[in-house]
Design a protein around this ligand. Sequence first.
Ligand code: ATP
Length: 270
Amino acid sequence: MARHMDSGSASMAHGAPAPVLEVRDVTKTYGGHSATTHALNGINLTIAAGEFVALMGPSGSGKSTLLNCIATIDAPTSGTIMLAGTDVSRISRSRLADFRREKLGFIFQDSNLLDSLTARENISLPLTIGRVPAAQIEADVVAAATSLGIEEVLDKYPYQMSGGQRQRVAAARALVTSPQLVLADEPTGALDSKNAKLLLESLESMNQSRGATVLMVTHDETAASYCRRVLFIRDGRVFTELDRGSDSCHAFFERIMQVVAVQGGVDDAR
Ligand SMILES: Nc1ncnc2c1ncn2[C@@H]1O[C@H](COP(=O)(O)OP(=O)(O)OP(=O)(O)O)[C@@H](O)[C@H]1O
């Protein structure tokens, strides 16, 4: 059964891990007097350390706006976003880039790898910028690559890799710094089903073995079924959520489909 709510905090049972992300009463309004859009309407959600959460919702429901606000790329009109204990609205402009690099990892629909760098150099990039010692970089890159099954492409350039390999290199780059939160925006959107499955299995295993906390926007019920929890967003707020509990991927997929069918249109943005 779906739990109808707009707090997101119900899953934070007493004694649960500390929240990595707390979104409280966040609104985001675009435009002026004549053409105002209320993209977020007092949205609330909480994500605990080590969770793997999907965010689903119809086109225009506010998913990208929320992700941009969490990523500190955009600012809410009102409300609070606490990330790893920091109120992101209080971070000075000069600190924002460092905050993003230190606390967040990003995986986009297109891998966004730098064409002139090998996989190894692409994955190393956030560590190099963070002035991590070379020996540590090498160890961290190999560990991330091994977890994602891409050791054999480490010395290849993006054009020498398959789309699936590029996306797993991008995932390695997002995870190599062990960020507090990984934000994944339609990471399987450009992949065929075999490569999508490989990426999702990798994310699931990074979540389980390294305790990576992942918030993934997706239109794909199969992708969402790999997560432990699915938040459904509509009209700029969470209207229901599903916990996977002890369900298999397949059983969870069926439950997600039921919510999509009843609520209608979660995947109408495809
Ligand atoms: N920069 C902007 N200026 C004005 N309106 C915007 C802007 N960005 C988003 N919106 C509006 O805010 C609402 C939420 O958009 P958002 O992109 O967050 O939706 P979404 O759920 O990510 O959609 P999709 O699944 O199609 O990517 C939409 O009505 C959209 O038109």
